[in-house]
Each structure stands twice: as C-alpha cells, then as structure tokens.
Write a protein that binds this ligand. Structure first.
Ligand code: TYD
Ligand code: MG
Length: 479
C-alpha cells in the first residue's frame, strides 16, 4: 500500500513545505509549522490533459440591471452600519478578535435582536455548552428570545441541518477554529481544517442563500489565527478590537464586498452586555481635562463618520542609552517619522527623551491625518505649553516638513463645531478638486503650510524654551 504523503503546513500563513523547520520561511513566524497529510490527488491527476473538454462559457457586459442584495437588519445600529446596512442574504462574514473581547456576546445579542423581529437565527456553539450560552443569555436579559441554539462542531452535521427547507436563514458559527470536517485528516484548529470547514460553510451560504457569520480567534500578532487564509474566502471581514481595561469596543470593517470598508461601530461593554454608542466623539472626549501640556484633540474620520479623539504625548528626559518610544493606538513607525521630521526640518531636539504616545479611549487610529495632531501633542509636551483646549488639529506631514491637506476637511470641522470646539489648526488648501464649501460657523480656521509654523506657536517670544529646565538639560533647540 502506498504510504500517505505527508507535508508541513505553517499554521499562521498556510504555506506548505516538504520538511519541518522551526521558523516559517514565508511569514517568519516561529513554531507554527505542523505536519499534515496531503489531500488525495483528484481523479483528473495530470492537469487538463485528461478529463475531457470543458463547457463553453458565455460572456456578458457590465451594463444591465442588478437589484440591490436584500439585507437582514438586526436593529443593533452599530453592527448594521459596519455590515454596510445589514447582513446580506447569502453572504459569509468573518468576525475576528482577541479571546474575551466580546465576540460571542455580540453574536448572541445580534441573534436575539433578529429573533425579536421574527427572523430566525441559529447560534451554533462549538466552544461553549448549551447551558453556558443560556446562562449568558439570562445575564443579558435575552433568555426569552427565540434563538435556535445548538452545540456542535461537525461541519457535516451543521450543513445537513441548515440544508433543511425550514432551517434558519442566518447562522452564527462560534468559532470556526472548533469546527472539523471528517474528510480532512487533521485536527480541528489547523489551517487545513479551518480552511476546509470554512469552504464548506461559505459554499452552503451561497447555495442556500443563508447568511453565515463565522467567529475567528486572533493570534497575538493580530492575524485571525491560522485563517489569514480565510479572509479572501468570505465576503466581509470584521475585527472586534479594544483594550480589555476599557469599556469601549470597536467593530471595524476590514473587507466588505457589500459596503464601504474602514467603517467602525462603537460599543460600550457593561454588565448588561454591549450597547450602541451613537456619538463616539462625545464618549472619547468625556474624560478629557483641558489645559494639560501634551494633549491635543484630533479630528479624525473613521469610515463615513468623523470621530474626535484626544492624543496624549509625554516627552521626558531619558536615563536610557536608547530612549524609549512607546505607542498605544497608533503606528510606532509613523511616530518615528514625525519625530524625525521635527528634528531634521524644525530643529526640535527630541533625541535624548523618552516619548510616550497614547490615543485616549482605546481607539486605534490608522489615518496619516493624525500626524499633525501627534506633532502638536509632542511639541506641546516638550515645551510644557498646553494646546488651547477648544482647538482641534488634523493634517498629514511630509518628509520635508510640509503639512499636506487631507480628505473630508469639512466633515471634520463640522463635527468639531458641533462638539463646541472654537478653533482648528489645519493644512492650507484642500485635498481634491471642486469649489471649496464654506467652513462651518463659529470655528476659527488657522491654516499652516509647514511643521515649523506649528513649532513656532509653542515658542515663547524670547525664543527660549518654556519647559522647566533640569540639571544637565542642554536645551531643546539646536543652535
Ligand atoms: P465573550 O463574548 O465571551 O468573548 P469572546 O467570545 O470574544 O471570547 O466575552 C467575554 C467577556 O465579556 C468577559 O471577559 C466578560 C465580559 N462580559 C461583560 O463584561 N458583560 C457581559 O454582559 C458579558 C456577557 C460579558
Ligand atoms: Mg467566545
């Protein structure tokens, strides 16, 4: 009998090799390579040479009327928004996040909300027993919702159940890492199993018009464990993020074939589960204390919605040979760039200081438009001068120190004016073409072209730094 062919598959990126090694050559992860048996070769074997001629395909044009896909609205506004206006019939959705962040809670609340509108929804739990899910539902006050609950891990059983004509049209699979297909010879949770299980479920979603929501756990470095490979198979990928210590949770669209990406939904976690946050800016700024050096409000845009957040910087002399740069909620490479531009183009000497940067409230910002706000927070901390508490800042910084216009300027200014901000430090000019809309009433616009204009605003008239000097402190500016 022929020996089964073995192969080695990286559990992080899915690349296949024929020998084991400690580190995956493809993605660089350590200890992720596991032995799995190779899939049996198909009957056609040697490519297209055997197996007959294919069917001829008919081409069509791009014009033609296609109706908008029907959607199920759960009534949980933030969830519906990130899906692009509700769950699309026959779509597959992947929701990733750290363990314990609240994925199961959100899915259960969504299933219950749909059930309350008489849309049947199945909750298939592979991680928790039925009793555990019931207890959680009781705690959330959802025990009377008509959710079709079952504990199962066999994809064959799940597909057979959902094939039935009276089966629910929406199914939550919690989680995809616990699912297994008996035709695949590897343990649940391996890339091969996860991929095969997901493929079977996606195929079911398309064939039967069922919306399938798959929960996936995320590894320490942020990839949905194993199944990065899953992202291209599904229609929508959502990430559920947030700091465990904070009560805010952000649901972020990473990919959506049926709506905009980069959309976020903001939730608050309490002992009664997750609740919608309709006005995130007010929430993110709630704990702000004005008149603090190193704090600056950034007027950002997440998806279609402007969001105001406070950026906090602390610059302090370092006792380390290699000063520390610690960042929470922003890209540390981007901070390094802003610091380098401040040094090289504006003569601000930061080199021997530790720099700590924090986005208050647990939001993660990806926009380059935050550059100017970060620079303002850093310069403000260094000069020990506060940014006016009623001022918002946004703008992108180029390597030459130029401040570049960013998109959605008016939306940012309108949100700032709505929340009572009276001035804005912004780039000169507008991104894009077309006539400039009038800025909103009641907000004074201060336009700058170069980062040194920002630094100059924090310099006292005599040119000396305002920061209280310490012994051995050689001053903050280059001569
Ligand atoms: P869970 O949904 O089980 O997370 P995941 O499925 O992503 O692993 O969430 C568990 C966490 O949420 C747990 O730490 C407790 C907390 N939680 C609340 O704070 N309030 C609640 O009402 C519930 C149900 C959970
Ligand atoms: Mg869970």
């Amino acid at each position: 009998m022929a020996r089964p062919i073995k192969r080695f598959v990286c559990q992080a990126c899915g690349s296949v090799t024929n020998k084991w090694s400690g580190r995956c050559e493809s993605c660089g992860e350590w200890n992720t390579i596991a032995e799995e048996s190779a899939p049996a070769p198909g009957p056609a074997g040697g490519g297209l040479a055997s197996g007959g001629k294919g069917r001829l395909l008919e081409f069509t044009g791009l014009t033609g009327s296609t109706p908008q896909p029907p959607r199920y609205k759960s009534g949980i506004n933030e969830f519906d928004r990130v899906c692009g206006g509700g769950l699309v019939v026959g779509s597959a959705l992947l929701i990733g996040g750290d363990p314990g962040i609240g994925k199961s809670t959100l899915m259960l609340q969504m299933a219950a909300a749909l059930a309350k509108q008489n849309t049947a929804c199945a909750y298939i739990s592979g991680e928790e027993a039925v009793d555990q899910v019931r207890l959680r539902a009781e705690r959330l006050g959802l025990a009377d919702a008509d959710v079709h609950l079952v504990a199962a891990t066999s994809v064959r059983d799940i597909v057979a159940t959902l094939e039935r004509p009276d089966a629910p049209r929406i199914a939550v699979i919690d989680s995809i890492q616990t699912m297994w297909l008996d035709t695949v010879d590897s343990t649940p949770g391996t890339v091969t199993q996860v991929r095969a299980s997901a493929q079977a479920l996606v195929e079911l979603a398309k064939r039967r018009g069922i919306a399938v929501l798959m929960v996936g756990h995320v590894t320490k470095d942020g990839a949905i464990a194993g199944p990065r490979v899953l992202e291209h198979m599904v229609d929508t990928v959502l990430y559920f993020e947030g700091e465990r210590g904070h009560q805010f949770r952000i649901l972020r669209t990473v990919k959506n074939r049926f709506g905009p990406t980069d959309e976020i939904g903001v939730f608050e976690m309490s002992d009664r589960g997750l609740s919608d946050v309709a006005n995130p800016s007010a929430l993110f700024l709630a704990e702000r204390r004005g008149h603090v050096a190193g704090a600056c409000v950034f007027a950002g845009v997440e998806g279609t919605r402007p969001v105001l957040v406070e950026i906090q910087a602390l610059v302090s002399p370092s006792s380390l040979g290699n000063p520390r740069r610690a960042v929470v909620g922003w890209d540390s490479n981007r901070l390094a760039m802003v610091l380098a531009v401040l040094e090289a183009r504006c003569g601000v000497n930061i080199g021997a200081n530790d720099v700590y940067l924090n986005v208050a409230g647990g939001l993660r910002i990806n926009e380059p438009a935050a550059d100017l706000a970060v620079a303002a927070a850093v310069v403000s901390s260094l000069a020990n001068e506060h940014v006016p508490p009623d001022m918002v800042v946004f703008g992108e910084i180029g390597l030459g120190g130029e401040v570049r216009p960013v998109s959605q300027r008016e939306a940012r200014l309108r949100e700032a004016a709505k929340l009572g901000f009276r001035s804005a430090l912004v780039p000169k000019g507008r991104a894009g073409s077309g006539p400039a809309p009038r800025p909103p009433e009641g907000i004074a616009i201060d336009e700058i072209e170069h980062l040194s204009d920002l630094v100059a605003r924090f310099q006292p008239s005599d040119g000396s730094p305002k920061r209280p000097r310490r012994e051995g402190d050689t001053g903050r500016r280059r001569e």
